[in-house]
Design a protein around this ligand. Structure first.
Ligand code: SF4
Length: 566
């Protein structure tokens, strides 16, 4: 049996109920988006008491299905005003599933902060005044000392407590680092302003994950593992992690460089996946690391300084792109330090890197000046520091206040580390995803298309955008997609042998369209129209030198991507 735990922060009341029939076949992103669409007024203040924060495990969480512990967190986003699902690794989804909890719904608002301790299917709110203003690393250290190191910790840093719109939510990895970020959309601000500093999910003594047919499930899980490990793309992720993309995007001419003004970075070699790996090995760190038990890819890493002391784990492509080349910084140690401070404060590295990029374009800082960028990030938690307050609210607010013309955002959210003029299919996703600019909503980097031909991008982006929600709903890591999409019946059989359902391949496919339909209907009620499904105009007018092109996918093609969903 699986429950929904509802936490009314206003009344300090907690109820645990059997998952209602209408939500029984939903998990992960499909469940967070459905509850938000059903229960949150689309026109509400995202930081007010009508918004809800929904934390959901995927349908395969807690099982031996490989890479199946991704956690979905959803709300109305204070950054974009749209519905948002932010997806992260770490141990929380598996701990929730083993406790018998499919989702936690936070409602209302309290004068906090509080800590929610979940034990089995029950929860308790405890005073957290001792932790006010504490960074994520010290917080999780202290909580681990108090509650133990086998639990899941979901927390916000000072940025979330301050309600800053680029604040994120941290989830701990198996060794306890609060470094698996639900990064996008400012959901840390929603959690923080509800008065919640952290959630402790106690490691369940009894495993509540049951199977309709355990043997069939295990057989299919083995087939899934084989499909992933046999996939030719997996080894690259294991050896070089996502940082392998630096050389790929630099070659394609879409590595964001100096506030998305160039697509090739002269320092790319110094920040490439190969250099990350060599540096880590030389310093005796770990070039491959798992963010959750059951991951068979291990795309993460532990990046140490020259004395072998860990700076941050993991150091990944998006952060390298936004806080490296996008800022003209080619020093991996500096990028790792910027990353660590962002994690500790609890702020999204993508939006913060993009915000620093526009601040550099405005002349507030120099491109390439790592120490000043670090100082600026540290000032985010200084309430009287205006630049810090701007950065903490993301690239769009920073750019508008500073009068910058080139602000790389869609629906208020910063673009990840791919210039849409060099990778036009992802530009289509940036424009048409219900969540603003988001590479995880449907990248086309591996699609077999000419990435600069405007005529072929919309179908590739549509296909990717409709596949991703399947993985987000099952709780599967997107890096397993290459292997698992080649064995779709295995995914169907795992669901059926876990729950005793009679799911079909068509049911699996329909998850993709249904999730997007739900999310778009929320956005429509919030006032979003086709006019919002566009990139900033300058991307359509200013040639990106490295790619020698503008973003020229026609508006009709952008509208075509979702026209059958509304
Ligand atoms: S592949 Fe990477 S992100 Fe995915 S589950 Fe494994 S370590 Fe986590």
């Amino acid at each position: 049996m699986q429950n929904i735990l509802r936490v009314d922060m206003t009344a300090k009341a907690i109820t645990s109920e059997k998952i209602p029939e209408m939500y029984a076949k939903l998990g992960g992103r499909m469940l967070t988006s459905r509850i938000i669409r059903d229960e949150v007024p689309a026109d509400c203040d995202p930081l007010g008491d009508s918004n809800k924060l929904v934390i959901a495990a995927g349908l395969l969480a807690g099982t031996p299905a490989p890479c199946s512990g991704r956690l979905s967190i959803g709300a109305k986003s204070p950054l974009t005003g749209t519905i948002k699902e932010s997806n992260a690794g770490g141990v929380a989804a598996q701990k929730l599933a083993k406790s018998g909890i499919r989702a936690v719904v936070l409602e209302g608002k309290a004068e906090g902060p509080f800590i929610l301790v979940i034990n089995g299917t029950k929860g308790e709110l405890l005073d957290a005044k001792d932790y006010v203003g504490m960074g994520n690393y010290q917080l999780v250290n202290e909580l681990s000392e108090k509650y133990g190191n086998r639990n899941a910790y979901i927390s916000v840093g000072p940025a979330g407590e301050m309600g800053l719109r680029a604040a994120c939510i941290a989830n701990n990895d198996p060794e306890g680092r609060p470094s698996r970020m639900s990064g996008r959309g400012g959901l840390g601000a929603v959690m923080g302003t509800k008065g919640l500093k952290a959630i402790v999910v106690m490691d369940a003594k009894e495993d509540n994950v049951n199977y309709a047919d355990k043997k069939a499930f295990m057989d299919n899980a083995k087939a899934a593992i084989k499909a992933i490990t046999d996939n030719p793309g997996t080894k690259g992720f294991t050896d070089y992690g996502t940082a392998a993309l630096v050389n790929k995007t630099n070659t394609l001419g879409c590595l964001p460089t100096r506030n998305f003004s160039e697509g090739v970075f002269e320092g790319a070699d110094k920040i490439s996946g190969e250099t990350v790996r060599e540096t880590i090995i030389e310093r005796q760190g770990s070039p491959s690391h798992r963010c959750m038990a059951g991951c068979v890819i291990a795309c993460s890493n532990i990046y140490p300084d020259e004395n072998g002391k860990e700076i941050v784990a993991p150091l990944e492509y998006e952060t390298i792109g936004l806080m490296g080349s996008n800022l003209g910084i080619d020093d991996l140690d500096m990028i790792a330090e910027l990353n660590y401070v962002c994690n500790d404060i609890g702020i999204d590295t993508i939006d913060t890197g993009a915000a620093l990029g526009v601040a550099m374009e405005a002349g507030i800082l120099e491109f390439g000046d790592g120490p000043k960028a670090l100082k600026a990030i540290k000032s985010i938690t200084e309430r009287h520091e205006v630049l810090g307050r701007l950065l903490g609210n993301g690239a769009e607010i920073t750019g508008k206040v500073l009068g910058v013309k080139r602000i790389p955002t869609v629906k208020g959210q910063a673009m990840p580390a791919y210039d849409p003029r060099g990778l036009k299919g992802l530009g289509v996703t940036y424009a048409t995803s219900p969540m603003g600019a988001d590479h995880t909503a449907g990248t086309t980097l591996r699609a077999p298309v000419d990435h600069r031909n405007p005529a072929v991008q919309a179908p590739a982006a549509q296909k990717s955008q409709r596949t991703v929600p399947i993985f987000d709903t099952l709780g599967l890591c997107m890096f397993s997609m290459g292997g698992l999409m080649s064995v779709r019946p295995v995914l169907v059989d795992m669901l059926n042998s876990r729950y005793g359902w009679t799911f079909t391949d068509e049911d699996l496919t329909s998850i993709g369209t249904e999730v997007l339909r739900i999310e778009r209907s929320f956005n429509k009620s919030a006032g979003f129209t086709a006019k919002d499904d566009r990139l900033p105009e300058y991307f359509t007018k200013e040639v990106l030198p490295a790619a020698d092109t503008v973003f020229d996918v026609p508006d009709e093609q952008l509208d075509w991507v979702n026209e059958d969903l509304d």
